[in-house]
Design a protein around this ligand. Structure first.
Ligand code: SDX
Length: 417
């Protein structure tokens, strides 16, 4: 199968076929408009590929997720987050020396310029940490202006390292505690926990359970091919905007409740059900009721029409972490009941709606003591290497061009003023 045939207005056109390394078939329409004057229409881009990419592969029917060919289950079991960041960005697993050097650089670029601390005092204590994160990341371009692709290797390190510091500082700001500076003695994830939970009078004692849970959460969020926020990063980067502006745009796209903002909405939904006597059947019915705008947050996915493999891993981890920490969380029981009921219900089965990555992640963040309004920031910290990898792949693509979709105009025809 080398071509697809299109018959339009009585004329026949042949369109080339591209086949990916996993057998995915794409109809190449790059010549369509010049040949036919017609464009395609695909609101939400559910059927359109915006690029070819070597970074992440998802098979939604089979519940498969691989970073650079490695199955997410094996990565979650064996890797550290910085190892995964290196793999996603540079395409191969780092050797011991390469990883040590990568980690060293991340350690020595964790401070933000002291002047940036003044930005925090301008935000109200109630400012959402995603507003702070996106503003601060865009502002990094004021301190590191050059964004020529070769200089970006250092800017990539700066972003990966300083985003943690900005996120932790935004938490400290929201609870009125002093900022805790990063320590060069700690690993990437330990340093984040330290900046979040240490206070001047008492350094945070690193809990191996928490460190492992954080590592797992960041890894599972690290990339997910052309999702809404990653496509946004590619879109903004395609105009040759600098990396900080591009990633800041991705942070804003992730904030939406239909995307990364869902993890915060899941906990708010589970809390609402708990406070309503734990009556989860009522909320399953509400989610099915077309007249209600209630959705089962954390359920459904544009690509996964089977279990989101990340949700499976997180569900198991939530049990383990709560047990190891000697905690139990009524919200986890409600989540499990919601999942059980929904997966037996025709409405969800027909629409192939399964728990997605956001359904269980909030239970783990809660167990770690991370406040609900920081959940989407945690998603962003995990997704950072994925966004960076796609931005870099797009900018290094010799055939790369500015994203500029067409449209079908349906407004008024010409009329005199
Ligand atoms: C993420 O793209 C990615 O990869 C994203 C992500 C990543 O790693 O980057 O995986 C992370 O964003 C996960 C998704 C988090 N969002 C939520 O959990 C919010 C709740 N889910 C939905 O809003 C919805 O499922 C989406 C947004 C995830 C997907 O939307 P689609 O593909 O446009 O599907 P749709 O809205 O057209 O729904 C299809 C049908 C509709 O019913 P009908 O009109 O056919 O009768 O399913 C229904 C929807 O009403 N439906 C739901 C539902 N999700 C879809 N009904 C109740 N509860 C839900 N959660």
């Amino acid at each position: 199968m080398k071509t697809a045939k299109l018959i339009l207005d009585g004329k026949e056109y042949e369109l080339p076929i591209v086949v990916g390394s996993e057998g995915e078939v794409g109809i190449d329409i790059r010549g369509l408009r010049s040949a036919t004057r017609a464009v395609t229409l695909d609101s939400g881009f559910a059927n359109s590929g915006s690029c070819s990419s070597e970074i992440t592969f998802i098979d939604g029917e089979k519940g498969i997720l691989r970073y650079r060919g490695y199955p997410i289950e094996q990565i979650a079991e064996n890797a550290t987050f910085t190892e995964v960041a290196y793999l996603l960005i540079y395409g191969s697993r780092p050797g011991a020396d390469e990883l040590a050097e990568f980690n060293r650089k991340l350690t020595y670029h964790s401070l933000i310029h002291e002047d940036m601390k003044n930005f925090f005092s301008g935000f109200p204590a109630t400012a959402h940490p995603m507003a702070i994160l996106s503003a601060m990341v865009a502002s990094l371009s004021s301190y590191y202006p050059r964004s020529a692709i070769d200089n970006n290797e250092l800017n990539i390190i700066r972003l990966l390292s300083k985003a943690r510091t900005i996120a932790a500082f935004s938490y400290k700001k929201s609870i009125g505690q002093p900022f805790m500076y990063p320590s060069n003695e700690l690993s990437y994830t330990e340093n984040f926990l330290h900046m979040m939970f240490s206070v001047p009078a008492e350094p945070y004692r690193i809990s191996p359970v928490m460190e492992r849970a954080l590592n797992l959460l960041l890894i599972l969020h690290a990339d997910h091919e052309q999702n809404c926020s990653t496509s946004t990063v590619r879109m903004v980067g395609s105009s040759e905007a600098n990396i900080f502006a591009s990633i800041s745009a991705g942070i804003n796209a992730l904030w939406g409740p239909l995307h990364g903002g869902a993890n915060q909405k899941v906990i708010e939904m589970l809390t609402r059900i708990r406070d309503d006597g734990g009556n989860y059947e009522k909320y399953v019915d509400l989610a099915k009721d077309k007249d209600s705008d209630f959705r089962l947050m954390g359920f459904g996915h544009r690509v996964y029409k089977n279990f989101d493999p990340r949700a499976k891993i997180l569900k198991a981890a939530a049990d383990e972490v709560l047990e190891e920490m000697g905690k139990n969380d009524p919200l986890l029981d409600i989540a499990k009941n919601l999942e059980r009921i929904a997966l037996e219900d025709d409405y969800f089965v027909e629409r192939r709606l399964y728990p997605n990555v956001d359904f269980y992640s909030g239970i783990l963040y809660r167990a770690m003591g991370i406040p609900t309004n920081m959940f989407t920031v945690m998603f962003a910290l995990g997704r950072l290497p994925g966004w960076i990898a796609h931005w870099r792949e797009m900018r290094l693509d010799p055939d790369g061009r500015i994203y500029r979709p067409r449209q079908i105009y349906t407004g008024s025809t010409r009329r005199d003023w």
